[in-house]
Design a protein around this ligand. Sequence first.
Ligand SMILES: [Zn+2]
Length: 465
Amino acid sequence: MPMTTLALKYRPRVLADLVGQEASVKALTNALIRAKASGGIHHQAFLFAGVRGTGKTSTARILARALNCADGPTPTPCGVCDPCMASEQPDRNMDIVEIDAASRASVEDARTLREQVQTLPAFCRYRVYIIDEVHMLSRQAFDALLKILEEPPPHAVFVLATTELQDVPDTIKSRVQIFPFRLIPVGLIEARLQSVCKSEGVLAEPSSLRLVAESGQGSMRDALTTLDRVISAGDGSVLESLVREQLGIVPAVRVKGVLDSLLAGESAAILDHCEALTNMGADWANFWKELMLAFMAHLEIGTRAGTQTHEIMRLSRMLNFLLQRERDLRDTSLPQVVAELALITASQLPHLAPLDTLAAIAKAAPTSSPPAVVPRTQEQSRYYNPSPHQRQSVKSDNHHAKSNQPGLSSSSRGSGSVESSGHAPAMATSNPLISKEDLVMQEPKLKQIMDEMSAEIIEIRRDSN
Ligand SMILES: [Zn+2]
């Protein structure tokens, strides 16, 4: 087991170590190259803005070292000269002053700072003031800081860091160079975790590191802290099952179970799974994300394997419906109820007949229209059997729409069920250049059926909302 934390041990020490902040690294590197050429830094105040754990404070320390290295200012400090060595221990180095704005916000502190900045560096080229969470400063402290930044002593460099850029006064912002620190992409965090595990001699299942990386939510520090925890729990190795347990992530086999029940339309099994998820204290938002990813993977496999278009469209409609429930799940105090309702509704979305079948039906039956929707079970009857009143209203709408709106109505575009109808072999072969809209307009029966389908899908959506 490592004595120091991994986050500390693997914190970036040179600009090249910084992961996911290419733009800021490049700009700082260029500033240091210019400073080296001209023998001094042009800007004396920097503001690093971004969410926690993205490398702001680490970069501030790297910058301090880069400015003070005996070879410096340089983007590549030597790491062995006295100032470089001293920068390894900022709390013992008088020329790196780290200030936590949250605890040093008083008028007194502001006055002290103004006096302090006039003092020459103890033994370095610059004295670097790193003010963390600068947005927390009091109004008086900001005023004092502004005065300092208006005329900084030549030996002082200020690095301000904040997670709340909008709370920093514009007067301060106009005096500093702002560097954004972005959320680190999960792939980059994962790669870093892999290299850390390799250096530490830790055996890790690749899938487990992906989960740890995702748990960091863009923060390298948080991901490394989690890695520390799962390595301890796994007694020196990292297993996916253990990571899921540690992070409260639903086991993969359970996600697969829910997906299978969903696709098979097994409502009772869905309820059983939801019950089990509640009993294990699952994080529903997290579970939902995993389910959506598993569903998407299923859809992709089906698409590549050449599954029939109408089945792909059915799956797409289900996935689209479930994706839209994600926000409901976040906003509710009853996540189990929301999840059950959404899953059961999605599992019962009716199977639609493929378009070439519809075309055949339309041609064969000039007057009476059979249902456009092929029933699967008896309990779905209300979805595919609109009442005479509904049929009538759809027809009158059609009549109105025909005169001024050729082609698909906006509602049927949105439904997705008839969108990808370019492969209707029976009809397309008669004139391969005909457009989908023309095709529909030439077959009034077909248009009527499609409009009825759209109306039913809208009805299902209303029901489920
Ligand atoms: Zn050095």
